[in-house]
Ligand binder design. Structure first.
Ligand code: G6P
Length: 606
């Protein structure tokens, strides 16, 4: 949520900042702004709208070799020009950009107003500019430290000051920030994506750390300005992974990357000899693993739905009671934390604040939490006792596809390992491994149906309202399918257990309300087909995601056929066509696929 980029060096800052913001836009995209420090002092340009609106409207004279930029997702105050970052102090000497939430902003605003400060925006962030501006410290580091000592909350912060024209001072607490090292130039960013074309030599700041960046290097401090030791490391990352290339959107690219991403998450983790998985990052021996009596999975949005798929895998393969809960709710019901429960936090970004706070609550109460996280070194990954990295590669589109698939596979690996220290036989373990190894190719087969799915999606896009239904293993698939459809096509898509249709929603079924039904060949096929009859009898249009040869009787339906695998793995193969349906419906409706309205890639506020 919200993105920060900053530059100090020998080049003009604004083109670098605009390019960086464009690459950060998926994190928040309702307003954007820049501040540069040139020979005439601090200049600010900011406005509601997209980064390209900002770039088009930049003043001709906007020179400066030190600068900061921000792309916003409104929390305090609407998206308008005044609330956009950067914010300045009363004298216009200081400019700041801020991610996160200042919890005591109201009290600080009042205090500043009492002292005569004139705050112009509705944001919590503006207080930081005034606090820095009013500090009596004689260094910029001292001023920033003063300001932060008054503040409660989370921040990724970058500050420039006209009296200290050779530097940026940045700080982190609960909102990611990294320093990038170039040749006689330094960068700061909330996400590597912003600067990856310039450098992959980076230092991740820790919570509670401040850094000074000048053209020649960086120095890190604690909040009390005592020095910390932090070296930059060069990451083995291909900048092309952050480009959409020939694809019309990142989501399209990321969907097609799923077979390769699936290979990566499985690589080196399958043990055919013992029919099990090896997850070194879990850091649990067989005895500890056997002692687990329950598995509780926590995530938000798509990560929550895939968590429900994961809970089924754990129950079926390991026979351990498992369930998933929305991390955003968990913490607020004073949860009972049990010593023999394994808590699993699932997150693509590793930044989602609701999930992070749930992890902290569990650990505070002495529970053991592992993470299924894509972004290496992210806050959730660092906070957990161990984990499984998903190796999906950078995911830019707000709607998660390849990371979600790898989450499912991460759960399959976890369930296999938990199962094999319990009652799962070696033969069943090997059966699952063989199934997992077939998956990348089968995902490819589903993706190859894109054209037919696009035609189908065009018809679904005409409906104002749709149902997605499934049972047991198929229900989280329906939930995730409806989530994707809502997120990017903005159509009302409601997920329901197929079995519950007759207890209410059947009243809504009509020729104008299509249903997408998940009907694998399994122990529930006949019952599922029974429900399809009930929908067809009300002349509800049907799309059925199913296997070859499943007998739908005389029900009229559009069929989407996915390859057969082991039943436990059906959910992921049935999820892939739903991604393509949502994608093509959104495309048909002319929406911005990668940046759906009102959403952001990582939600770092409660
Ligand atoms: C946001 C996004 C969702 C995503 C959720 C969890 O709400 O809009 O698409 O599923 O965050 O994100 P995470 O990074 O924790 O997987």
């Amino acid at each position: 949520m919200c993105g920060i980029v900053g530059y100090v060096g020998t080049q003009q800052a604004s083109p670098i900042l605009v390019e960086g913001l464009t690459r950060l836009e998926h994190r928040g995209y309702d307003s954007a702004g820049l501040a540069v420090l040139g020979s005439t002092g601090v200049k600010v340009a900011k406005r509601a709208g997209r980064v390209r609106d900002l770039a088009d409207g930049l003043p001709k004279r906007f020179a400066g070799k030190v600068g900061i930029g921000h792309t916003r997702w409104a929390t305090h105050g609407p998206a308008n020009d005044v609330n956009a970052h950067p914010h300045t102090d009363a004298k216009g000497l200081v400019a700041i950009v801020h991610n996160g939430i200042i919890d005591n902003a109201a009290a600080l605003r009042q205090r500043l107003a009492d002292e005569g400060a004139d705050l112009v925006s509705d944001t919590d962030s503006e207080v930081l500019a005034h606090l820095v501006g009013r500090s009596g410290a004689d260094t910029l580091e001292g001023k920033v430290s003063d300001a932060l000592s008054a503040v409660e909350g989370t921040y990724g912060l970058a500050v420039l000051h006209a009296d200290f024209p050779d530097r940026l001072v940045v700080a982190r607490n609960g909102s990611p920030l990294l320093v990038g090292v170039g040749d006689r130039e330094m960068y700061v960013a909330s996400d590597l994506a912003a600067i990856v074309r310039h450098t992959t030599t980076v230092a991740h700041l820790d919570d509670g750390e401040i850094a000074t960046l000048t053209a020649t290097g960086f120095t890190t401090y604690r909040l009390d300005l005592s020095r910390t030791a932090r070296d930059a490391t060069t990451l083995d990352i291909d900048p092309a992974a952050y480009e959409a290339g020939d694809h019309e959107s990142f989501m399209h690219k990321e969907m097609l990357e799923q077979p390769a991403a699936a290979v990566r998450v499985l690589r080196g983790r399958l043990d055919e000899r013992f029919g099990t998985a090896h997850l070194g990052g879990l850091d649990m021996d067989a005895r500890e693993t056997r002692a687990i009596r329950r598995v509780k999975i926590l995530g938000c949005g798509s990560a929550y739905y895939v968590g429900q798929m994961g809970a089924s895998l754990v129950e079926e393969l390991a026979r351990i009671p498992a369930d998933a809960e929305a991390a955003s709710e968990f913490r607020y019901r004073n949860p009972i934390i049990e010593p023999d429960t394994l808590y699993v936090a699932v997150s693509q970004s590793g930044e989602t604040i609701d999930t992070l706070l749930a992890v902290q609550e569990i650990r505070r109460k002495g529970g053991r939490v592992i993470g299924l996280v894509n972004v290496v070194g992210s806050a959730i990954a660092r906070e957990c006792d161990g984990g499984i990295y998903l190796h999906a590669g950078p995911e830019v589109a707000v709607a998660s596809t390849k990371a979600l698939t790898n989450m499912f596979l991460g759960f399959a690996l976890l369930a296999l390992q938990l199962g094999r220290v319990r009652d799962l036989s070696i033969a069943d373990g090997r059966r699952l491994i063989a199934g997992l190894q077939r998956l990348p190719e089968q995902i490819e087969e589903v993706l190859a149906q894109e054209e037919a799915l696009a035609a189908l999606a065009g018809r679904l896009a005409e409906a104002e309202s749709l149902f997605f239904v499934g049972r047991v293993r198929g229900f989280p698939v329906a939930r995730e399918g409806a989530q994707k459809f809502k997120e990017i096509s903005y159509r009302h898509a409601e997920a329901y257990q197929t079995s519950e249709l007759k207890h209410g929603p059947l009243a809504l079924i009509s020729p104008d309300v299509p249903t997408v039904a998940i009907v694998p060949e399994d122990e529930l096929t006949d019952r599922n087909v029974g429900a399809l009859h009930e929908i067809a009898a009300r002349r509800g249009p049907l799309v059925v995601v199913t296997h070859e040869g499943v007998d739908l009787g005389d029900v009229e339906a559009e069929r989407v056929v996915v390859p057969r695998n082991e039943r436990e793995l059906d959910p992921i193969l049935m999820t892939i066509p739903l991604q393509l349906l949502a994608y093509h419906a959104a495309l048909r409706l002319g929406h911005d696929i990668d940046k759906p309205r009102n959403l952001a890639k990582s939600v770092t506020v409660e």
